[in-house]
Ligand binder design. Structure first.
Ligand SMILES: Cc1cc2nc3c(=O)[nH]c(=O)nc-3n(C[C@H](O)[C@H](O)[C@H](O)COP(=O)(O)OP(=O)(O)OC[C@H]3O[C@@H](n4cnc5c(N)ncnc54)[C@H](O)[C@@H]3O)c2cc1C
Length: 372
């Protein structure tokens, strides 16, 4: 085999798809079932506003792939370029939006800046107290429950061997490549990619490359279905963490929302349990964005285990120590938008030794002084 991929979330399945299209023989090992980690829990926001600026080239490449995703994968994963509206309620938010909009322009992201009258006219019912907003018309959302299984199915059609319920127990590097012990037996390949989400940190540490990883869960909720009226994804520019709530309405009518404080997730179980106190804090901020939601029933809350590095950037690229070893993990709550781009760029790196999109800022080597 050419390469083993550890982890069947959005990143692992996406890299598998793009590598198998380049003719690579790929085995993907997933301890549970494809897409059941952070990916399935995601809000599904395909957002470029507010991103770390040097990440925008990767985000643009990914956004272009989202636009082709139905043709690439042969199925509808509910990608919709509805636009992403971010409302502003105070001077701090206005200053942050203006600074970001100015700085993002040379990076190829152009935001529309809206006055209150524009918001009322274009988005009636949203942000009645807003003093302004920014709108990113090409962004939107997709369905987090569909995307990783769709990438996995398409990768399998191109020849990837997807092995589910195969927990990786031990990885060894020998002169012939990598040998991986799992609960379903032993697998060998010339190269190896660690795409195990938050658990990628434990695996990189085994190769002498520890990174400072925390395990947290953003908290989400969904309401009963309502008539479909809200088209864009709606968020806010807010300095206060609890106010950072966002929502979207799916075509079936339910409002999905999340944001604000994250829950702690125990490493032992990896189970991210929603906290009712977080919901109580989210609700008034949600209603401020859209007052018509004041009397709507919330029918479910959830969270998911996501890996956060201390600088809030992922680990992506080649190992600094072990030839043939690659990483794509720890996407700090913003990996859904990046998923197709990560797959394409990592496949390019593995196949050609370089990338046309810069990813140097995400190198594991930035943590080379991290204690083991
Ligand atoms: C609640 C929530 C909301 C989010 N909302 C957004 C959003 O709106 N927009 C956005 O851009 N991003 C969002 N994100 C972030 C985004 O979902 C993640 O960054 C992305 O899905 C990470 O994908 P991944 O493949 O790296 O990780 P995962 O999906 O966690 O996949 C890693 C896989 O590795 C497997 N694995 C781990 N250890 C082993 C092992 N030993 N052996 C075999 N397999 C193993 C796991 O079972 C898992 O399936 C959100 C995240 C959460 C949790």
């Amino acid at each position: 085999m050419d390469i083993i991929i550890v982890g069947g979330g959005l990143m692992g399945t996406s890299v598998a798809f793009f590598l198998s299209r380049r003719g690579y023989r790929v085995i993907l090992l997933e301890r549970r079932f494809v897409g059941q980690g952070a990916t399935v829990a995601s809000f599904g926001n395909i957002r470029r506003q507010g991103r770390y600026l040097p990440q925008l080239p990767l985000a643009h490449r990914s956004r272009a792939l989202w636009g082709e995703i139905r043709d690439l994968l042969g199925e509808d994963v509910e990608f919709r370029a509805t636009g992403h509206l971010r409302l502003i309620h105070d001077q701090g938010g206005l200053e942050d939006m203006q600074a970001f909009a100015r700085a993002a322009l040379p990076w190829g992201l152009e935001l529309e800046m809206l006055e209150p009258t524009d918001i009322r006219r274009r988005f009636p019912g949203l942000g009645p107290e807003a003093i302004g907003a920014s709108f990113s018309p090409e962004d939107g959302s997709a369905n987090p429950r569909l995307i990783a299984p769709a990438f996995a199915r398409a990768a399998a059609v191109s020849g990837t061997d997807i092995v589910e319920e195969a927990e990786v127990l031990k990885i060894a590097r020998g002169s012939e490549g990598f040998a991986v012990e799992t609960t379903k037996g032993r697998f060998e390949a010339d190269q190896l990619l660690i795409a195990a989400g938050a658990w990628g940190a434990r695996m990189s540490a085994e190769f002498g490359e520890p990174v400072p990883m925390r395990l947290n869960g953003p908290q989400m909720a969904v309401t009963e279905p309502l008539p479909h009226r809200v088209h864009p994804v709606v968020g806010v520019w807010a300095r206060e963490r609890d106010a950072g709530v966002y929502f979207r309405q799916v075509e079936r009518g339910n409002i999905v929302f999340g944001g604000g404080r994250r829950v702690n997730v125990p490493w032992k179980t990896g189970f991210a349990k929603a906290d009712p106190r977080v919901l109580a804090v989210q609700l008034p901020h949600l209603v401020r964005l859209c007052p018509a939601l004041a009397n709507v029933q919330v029918i479910r809350t959830w969270s998911g285990p996501e890996g956060y590095l201390e600088d809030m950037l992922p680990v992506m690229g080649a190992s600094g120590k072990v030839p043939g070893l690659y990483y794509a993990f720890g996407f700090c709550g913003h990996g859904f938008q990046l998923g197709p781009g990560v797959g394409d760029v990592m496949a390019e790196l593995i196949a050609t030794g370089d990338t046309t999109t810069p990813i140097g800022d995400f190198s594991v080597s930035r943590f080379r002084d991290q204690p083991a």
